[in-house]
Ligand binder design. Structure first.
Ligand code: RM4
Ligand code: MN
Ligand code: MN
Length: 398
């Protein structure tokens, strides 16, 4: 690799951080079943310990996304405890995720529930999450709503939109100046007829109507097949409305597969749009990169390390696109040459340069191998096995 390419890879990796999800270390399953892993974390302490270990080997994941219902058993009263545990395991609390989809009261929705008491309860929970984020010095409150309906005619779609506008506007007034609200969209599941925030247009509308600190969150798994996600990314960037990503891969729907396992070129194209934007504008895009994956079958920590390594590779590849050359070919409609700017970068093997970058940061060349020889997995497997005696799978994610 040319010296200037190695430099580009190093600069890219120096600036690339990706957030781990606490729920990615817990036992999760599909609606058909859950396969327990003796090493899976069942407490917030175990989740933070595992995340700390992934960060220790990769050096790229200093923050952990937290899900309030699963990680803060006493709501805001748990914040000090979670903060102390994060410090203990050398990670920081990252985005705070309210949970307004699991409780029985949310059967017919949360912020768009026809019952005003339930709408109030949902808003109260979101406001409490903003307070938790404040106590933890977390910037982002990451909002995903399961609201929707299953049968035509059963929900007043326009009315529900107004309830969402109202609720999110009220939530926004609780933000500190440095905090952000990220509005996530998803076309379907658990609602199978209509979802209130189904796509990026709806998320963009609601973010705009809530206030200036609300942005859109793009979960790569939340799109229909063959949708052009990088175009959505480019449009949101153009409007200063791209707040962050939930990374995972999909084949059919929200499959929570490992990033890049199905279509690494798509992830590359997303990173390319961001790098191109930064090159053209001379500004750095302020984007929270987060992983949102739940592994039912793979070892959770290995899967997480594999994901981080894949993200680093694809981000580094995108940094190799020759922007000047590409801009020239775009201007002249040099189609083959323009496309080859992307293909050349994508097909470059960046792994040796990444290994050198790791060595220079006191990390092992291969974080996965280092994790496997560290003895951590054997230790937690033995320590945690006991609690599985006679245990049957409980609630998902927690
Ligand atoms: C949803 C969505 C949310 C995540 C939940 C668990 O599909 O991706 O971001 O918090 O799953
Ligand atoms: Mn998500
Ligand atoms: Mn999802």
């Amino acid at each position: 690799m040319k010296a200037q390419d190695s430099k580009a890879v190093w600069a890219a990796l120096d600036s690339f951080r990706i957030e781990l999800p606490s729920w990615g270390f817990a036992n999760t399953g599909t609606r058909f079943g859950k396969f327990l892993q003796p090493a899976a974390a069942t407490t917030i302490e175990e989740k933070l310990s595992d995340a700390g270990e992934v960060h220790r080997h990769t050096g790229a994941c200093p923050t952990v996304a937290l899900h309030v219902l699963w990680d803060f058993p006493n709501g805001r009263e748990s914040a000090a405890h979670v903060k102390a545990l994060a410090e203990k395991y050398s990670v920081r609390p990252g985005s705070i995720n309210p949970n307004v989809f699991q409780d029985q009261i949310y059967k017919h929705g949360s912020l768009a529930n026809p019952d005003p008491d339930i709408r109030r309860a949902a808003l109260g929970h979101v406001i409490e999450c903003i307070e938790i984020a404040r106590r933890l010095d977390s910037r982002d409150i990451s909002l995903w709503f399961a609201d929707g309906s299953n049968y035509p005619g059963t929900a007043n779609i326009r009315q529900r939109r107004t309830w969402f506008e109202d609720g999110l506007r009220k939530a926004h007034t609780n933000l500190d100046a440095n905090q952000r609200m990220l509005v996530e969209y998803k076309p379907f599941e658990p609602a199978f007829y209509h979802t209130d925030i189904a796509d990026w247009g709806m998320a963009l509308h609601l973010a705009r109507s809530s206030g200036p600190q609300a942005k859109v969150l793009v979960d790569t798994g939340h799109h229909y097949s063959s949708q052009n996600i990088e175009q959505i990314v480019a449009w949101l960037l153009a409007d200063g409305m791209l707040g962050g990503f939930h990374f995972n891969d999909r084949r059919y729907a929200d499959d929570d597969l490992t990033l890049g396992s199905i279509d690494p070129y798509q992830v590359f194209r997303i990173f390319h749009e961001i790098a191109m934007y930064e090159w053209e504008t001379g500004t750095r895009a302020d984007i929270a990169y987060m992983i949102d994956q739940s592994h039912n079958l793979k070892g959770k920590m290995e899967a997480m390390i594999q994901t981080v390594m894949t993200a680093q590779e694809l981000y580094a590849k995108a940094a190799l696109v020759d922007h000047e050359k590409l801009a020239r070919h775009q201007k002249d409609s040099g189609l083959v040459d323009a496309e080859n700017c992307l293909k050349d970068a994508f097909s470059t093997d960046v792994r040796p340069a990444i290994a050198e970058w790791r060595r220079s940061h006191g990390l092992a060349d291969d974080p996965l191998a280092a994790f496997r020889t560290s003895g951590y997995l054997e230790r937690i497997t033995a320590d945690r096995a006991e609690k599985y005696q006679g245990c049957s799978p409980g609630a998902t994610y927690a």
